[in-house]
Design a protein around this ligand. Structure first.
Ligand code: SF4
Length: 362
């Protein structure tokens, strides 16, 4: 039985810049369940990463969450978090002070994040062990004693990890993410590691505080295919052992097919389709999703066959097309309808949502 961990309702993120307002995310609505992977796909600039940053309260200025809700179903990490009987607190992330203690506890402590290019995300002048230790000092608390009646509510007190413990945990973390010779690698600097090893360190940092969710923003784009396969295997193994939710952001449909249980497709800040991975790949409904799938090279197809492309250009975010934002590129465009009516987000089959006039009775 799926349980929600993060729920996003009609999220709108805008950037108020000199040339106008850019609607980077316009009405995203989805749930990430405990222990499951949600894939978010779409071309660059479609709003995938900004949605993730909104969850972390990290939208860069002058961007802001203009409307909507981001709910986090918090359970103390020292309890059995996947037990539905454990007390759950619903935190409205979008109402938290972006510099306050609560969001700092969630950012890194509850939700870890890994990025596309580990070289620019790791600090070059600190060792791998030091950077894992930094996250531990901020977020890992060790229970020191239990006071009170064992039968009644147990009151716990905590302390921060010591330097020695932090080193031990860092070595353990590097071993867990499959880095060879972790006792030596713990003292390595980012430039002494390969691209795949750096990404493993990033995953180690993100996982060191036992997060309930990992946001992976194009985590394998900068890696070659064999390393990519290893990192994906590692993420799947860790998800199974740690029962962690993953929000997997990518433009690579092959990768998302391997990882996700459910998929959200975005185009120009709008969520255009959401369904199980099986339905997205075998029964896509939105013309944009169909076009994306047709543009994947197929094993066995003759190399002289041209790959399908999505006609036209991505519109300027300052001059979005009227009606359906995809109408300037859509092979199923209906003149007089698609350029005038904004399609609604609607469930067309069980748990299969789409934003397209082909499925609306107009
Ligand atoms: Fe294409 Fe019209 Fe559907 Fe938009 S609403 S995706 S233009 S058919």
């Amino acid at each position: 039985m799926s349980e929600p961990l993060v729920e996003i309702k009609d999220l709108k993120v805008q950037f108020d810049v000199r040339d106008g307002i850019v609607k980077a995310v316009d009405g995203a609505t989805f749930t990430i369940n405990r222990g499951e992977t949600l894939g978010v796909i779409g071309e660059s600039g479609c709003g995938k990463s900004i949605t993730a940053k909104a969850i972390m309260q990290m939208v860069p200025k002058p961007g802001k969450v203009a409307e909507g809700e981001i709910l986090y179903y918090y359970r103390d990490k020292n309890t059995k978090r996947d037990d539905p009987n454990v007390q759950t607190e619903i935190i409205k992330i979008n109402e938290l002070d972006p510099d306050g203690d609560r969001i700092r506890q969630i950012r890194g402590g509850e939700i870890g994040m890994i990025f596309q290019e580990p070289m620019s995300s790791l600090t070059p002048v600190y060792s791998a062990g030091f950077q894992i230790g930094e996250a531990l000092n901020l977020h890992r608390l060790i229970p020191i004693k239990k006071v009170g009646d064992q039968m009644a509510d147990v009151i716990q007190q905590y302390r921060h990890v010591t330097k020695e413990e932090s080193r031990e945990i860092a070595i353990e973390m590097l071993r867990k993410v499959g880095l060879p010779k972790p006792q030596e690698r713990v003292d390595s600097y980012p430039h002494q590691l390969s691209g795949g090893q750096r990404q493993r360190v990033m995953i180690g940092i993100a996982l060191s505080c036992d997060p309930a969710m990992l946001i992976a923003d194009e985590p394998t784009t900068a890696l070659d295919v064999s390393i990519e396969a290893q990192i994906l295997d590692l993420m799947r193994d860790l998800q199974e052992t740690e029962n962690m939710a993953i929000m997997f952001i990518t433009h690579n449909l092959g990768v998302v097919a391997e990882m996700a249980k459910e998929i959200v497709v975005m185009y120009m800040g709008k969520q255009v389709e959401k369904a199980s991975a099986v339905n997205i790949f075998y029964h896509p409904k939105h013309p944009y999703t169909k076009a994306l799938l047709q543009s994947i090279p197929k094993v066995g197809k003759r190399s002289s066959n041209r790959l399908a492309i999505i006609e036209g250009m991505v519109p300027s975010p300052f001059e979005l097309p009227s009606g359906c934002v995809f109408h300037t590129r859509c092979p199923d465009y209906m003149p007089g309808k698609c350029d005038q009516i904004v399609p609604k987000w609607q469930e067309v089959e069980d748990d299969h949502y789409v934003r397209c006039l082909l499925y609306e009775e107009v």
